[in-house]
Design a protein around this ligand. Sequence first.
Ligand code: TRP
Length: 469
Amino acid sequence: MRESIHGQWSSRWAFVLAATGSAVGLGNIWKFPYITGENGGGAFVLVYLLCIAIIGIPIMMAEIMLGRRGRQSPINTMHTLAIEAGHNPHWKWLGWLGVVAGFLILSYYSVIAGWALAYVFRTATGTFTNATPDGIGSIFGNFLADTESLMFWHTLFMVMTMIVVARGVAGGLEKAVKFLMPSLFIIMIILLGYAMNTAAFGAGIEFLFKPDFHALLYYTDDFGVERMSWNPVLIAMGHAFFTLSLGMGAIMVYGSYLPQDASIAKTTFLIAGADTMVALVAGMVIFPIVFANGLEPGSGPGLIFQTLPLAFGHMPGGVFFGTLFFILLTFAAWTSSISLIEPAVAWLVENRNMDRMKASVVMGIACWLFGLITVFSFNIWSDITPLYMFETFRDKTLFDLLDYLTANIMLPLGGLLIAIFSVWIMHEDASVDELNMGEGLTYQIWHFLVRYITPIAVIIVFLRAIKVI
Ligand code: TRP
């Protein structure tokens, strides 16, 4: 049995908390509501939930299993396990795909987390008290136009991330998550109480849970012609990967620090369950506020920054709860961002002989620089839409494209390869041994899903989205 040179979680619970910390983040509270709003609501949510169940959960188990068996950075884990299975060591490129995806995601994740950080101070100073929807909209608009301000908060968040990464995952992270995750959940429930009392709670719930497949699959083009597109299905699938931190080795690398006796299946259910709950509650908070104030559900990445401040501006104790909310959101983003860069840092330590400190500084600076593309996408480069010649990408800024490329292409591709490796390449005795739940029904279901359903589903959605079938 291998041991990781980077240490191990102190217990199974430490892993569950850290992995939940990685999963629950901006994806749940910022991204899920805005893409749901852009893609018509209920049917989108249903596809997303289906993807969590038949793709996300099995892939998460596979990733943890591979990580714990390899006990190294994803690149070296894939290399070792491929050789062990008598296969081509080029499987290490799967690790590289993940490292690049994580790097690109963190570059924009840090910018958005910077918004959350900025909103801590705005809420605390009473900026939103009694504000109107228009007022809040223009505060947000002015903020995005202010390049220096976005850069400042992006810098601050990146420094925060790298400090934790430099100290090692098991150090401060375990303690922080134990306390912060439950707090975030409690404050979400308080917000849910507020949303329930708005006149539009019913409308919000209906939007979120009443599936309208026509709204999901059809759109009207410039000539008023109705057309069908599977692109929203691809977005829902990509988001299932994104929200569970799958497809790029983050969960794999966390799995490599998991004690040998922990049950992979049980931990996976806990993590996926918590993550899904947070996303659904976020949706149930945000859409009633959207409809109660006549806002546009499809207004894009600014959605929570334009709706939640309204709630905080009008509810009793809003300054307190609002400030607390954005602090917790920042923490949720923080515990996620760490996992995005951990595979790269672990590799630098293993193969380039760097200490964690140096590896973190190198990655932090590179990622910060790349993040400027996202900063500029919201102001000086907001008109740059390089793929305007394709209908799907017509209005997409560099930030939108980065998000699309990583979440909807790189992560599902990584997940597909992880699935293929786990059941077609790796020997069955190895997966039975590592999953450690015998060869009973749970194992059989997992094996079947990962062997057939996951790969086929990913491939069909890919091909449909590019209109090949
Ligand atoms: N899951 C996180 C969120 O929902 C983001 C994240 C962290 C992530 N690590 C990841 C996404 C790895 C993809 C891959 O906010």
